[in-house]
Design a protein around this ligand. Sequence first.
Ligand code: PMP
Length: 387
Amino acid sequence: MIGCENSKKSYSDSNKEKCLSDDVINLDQGDPTAFQEYWMKKKDRCTVVIPAWDLMSYFSDTTNVCWFLEPELEKAIKALHGAIGNAATEERYIVVGTGSSQLCQAALFALSSLSKVKPVSIVVAVPYYSTYVEEASYVQSSLYKWEGDARTFDNKGPYIELVTSPNNPDGTMREPVVNRREDGKVIHDFAYYWPHYTPITRRQDHDLMLFTFSKITGHAGSRIGWALVKDIEVAKKMVHYLTINSIGVSKESQTRATTILNELTKTCRTQSESFFEYGYEKMKSRWERLREVVESGDAFTLPNYPQAFCNFFGKTISTSPAFAWLGYKEERDLGSLLKEKKVLTRGGDRCGCDRKYVRVSMLSRDDDFDVFIHRLATIKDLKCNQP
Ligand code: PMP
């Protein structure tokens, strides 16, 4: 049996206790606390001290289209993309946001307000990141309208397709699916296009690309994201949205993000120190443990990902997504079944799919992940033991 006692990892007594306790484990949200251990080892290396007299102005650089972007953060973002090779930053405007959630809404506003015909349809291929539904419908804007699955979309008129690659929730690499009209725009969400999650096979070079600090390093609490935007009119509209919405982005957060991103870049080629080496090993080992449980029974399914050559690591590697798209072989509400075991997950229906699938965060703290693996093994065993 795979569980706390017999898995490869050795557990502390408190971990064992937790495995046997009946605490609720929340793997619904993708709170990226998995990497905290790495940052704790850095001790004071990335500590940021900001005197009270500093960073008081709303403004950062009034000559920049994104006037609230700290110049040092802009440099740090460009240097990191250059070092990893995952996205082109040349001839682009960088728009910083309070997380990429705010930037996604800014992009919907920008692209739709520049469209001659309104409302603009918003589509995403299923299974999709459930927050897009809320982002596209919550304010009931007359500029755009949520239209659901991109694969079945056949309305006339302009549309915006959101493409998440690797995809949240199922980890697959994605391309746009609605490619048929000139009045279509694409927002590429590359929250997880980093080498600890997926092989970096090309330098992405699209008109509008979103990235988030949250899912690179785990610093979701800083609320920093950025957009790489080719068209100045789109960048200006996005900045307009952010100006109305929050008059810019916290300078304290930008300063902290700059320090941490610079550390990533500086150490990314030093094997013992590189965050990406650490993150890759961590995610790989979690996926191995999850697959071991799933494959030792006949109850669950997981997607298989092709291995690919990663330009960053210089070798062929596997994919270890931030979420597991777990399926149940029988027609049953898997979310409810896991909830009975006090494991909270996001139901497939929230992602435009069937309830026999759930999205499970793979970015929790170690002890919560251990408990999840233990409880999943119990469900698998229960099912096998049924008459
Ligand atoms: N895009 C995707 C695909 C995500 O999974 C997330 C976080 N769950 C975000 C955007 C938003 O990230 P944040 O607002 O923290 O930058």
